[in-house]
Write a protein that binds this ligand. Structure first.
Ligand SMILES: NC(=O)c1ccc[n+]([C@@H]2O[C@H](COP(=O)([O-])OP(=O)(O)OC[C@H]3O[C@@H](n4cnc5c(N)ncnc54)[C@H](OP(=O)(O)O)[C@@H]3O)[C@@H](O)[C@H]2O)c1
Length: 282
């Protein structure tokens, strides 16, 4: 597995297993298959309502905690300073872990500036190794940077070949933030997966179209965690380290028309989750 180095010097595995829209039952069934296939990085969130199941699978796996990289995310009702400290503890309790490797603010609303201080204190207390943001636009990232003692190590946003985020990457170049791409395969969108350029390169390299897209992400420096319930796809998605796309092929993929592409059909709107009690997980 290839790692990227974050701006705090810590390593993050380039590929993980995302559990968005997976019920706890599905996590209990499929996450063990992913760990068996070789995944060491798990991406969950308070709002996915499956942290308890993620913790159960990790403990049952017998894997050493330090061999895993676990990310979770807080929703905006957790951002007020005092609430944030409490909800970080509650997240660890649900996961049954002493620390998470990465904790993100999931959505760019509410008291994220006040909450960032609680995130920094959690790092100092050893409860969280790295902190970052998700779905934050540049001007809100700047508000955090203006007060941050610990800069965001990661930004998780939509990234795929139709929306490569080169402009935001350029703006954040000096921060050394690692980009994570959600919907790395367009949430399974056939139009993306069947783009002629991917079919041609798949033929050239003896790979599947999805693997060409994943290789593009890797060479772009994006951390990704495609979700799949299919054990063969789980294996395929780790099998992208034995070939490279040329600069000309990367340029060709980056010349696809660009615009924010995917809404998030399953992501509950912030207001719907604003009063959700995340402790109620099966
Ligand atoms: N921060 C945020 O706001 C946010 C938002 C959305 C998602 N996320 C994160 O991003 C992760 C990924 O998002 P996602 O799962 O919805 O989208 P995705 O990974 O882009 O796409 C998943 C789809 O791709 C298919 N797929 C996976 N591997 C494949 C392969 N090798 N060949 C062909 N098809 C393949 C899957 O079908 P099969 O099951 O048939 O393989 C599934 O339909 C989430 O789990 C979550 O961790 C974060």
């Amino acid at each position: 597995m290839q790692n990227f180095t974050m701006n705090n010097g810590l390593q993050i595995p380039a590929i993980g297993y995302g559990v968005f829209l997976m019920t706890s039952k599905e996590v209990l069934e499929h996450l063990p298959q992913a760990l068996d296939a070789g995944y060491t990085h798990i991406d969950t969130a308070n709002a996915y309502l499956n942290e308890v199941a993620v913790g159960q699978v990790v403990r049952a796996s017998g894997m050493a905690r330090e061999d895993l990289f676990v990310t979770s995310k807080l929703f905006p009702q957790s951002y007020p300073y005092e609430q944030c400290a409490k909800d970080i503890d509650a997240t660890l309790e649900r996961l049954g872990m002493d620390y998470v490797d990465l904790l993100l603010f999931h959505q760019p609303y509410g008291e994220y500036v006040a909450g960032w201080k609680a995130m920094e204190e959690a790092v100092k207390a050893g409860k969280v190794r790295s902190i970052g943001l998700s779905n934050f636009p540049m001007h809100k990232i700047q508000e955090i940077l203006d007060v941050a003692e610990i800069k965001p190590a990661v930004l998780q946003v939509e990234i795929n070949p139709y929306w490569n985020q080169h402009e935001l990457k350029r703006q954040l170049e000096d921060v050394g933030i690692v980009f994570e791409g959600w919907y790395p395969l367009g949430h399974g969108d056939r139009t993306l997966l069947e783009e002629p350029v991917f079919t041609r390169l798949a033929g050239k390299y003896g790979k599947a179209n999805a693997q060409i897209i994943m290789r593009w992400h890797l060479q772009e420096g994006n951390v990704i965690f495609p979700k799949t319930l299919n054990p063969q796809h789980m294996k395929d998605n780790l099998d992208i380290f034995d070939f490279s796309l040329t600069d000309a092929e990367m340029d060709e993929i980056n010349s696809l028309p660009q615009h924010p592409y995917y809404r998030i059909p399953g992501e509950p709107p912030a207001f719907a989750l604003a009063h959700h009690d995340y402790s109620q997980q099966a």
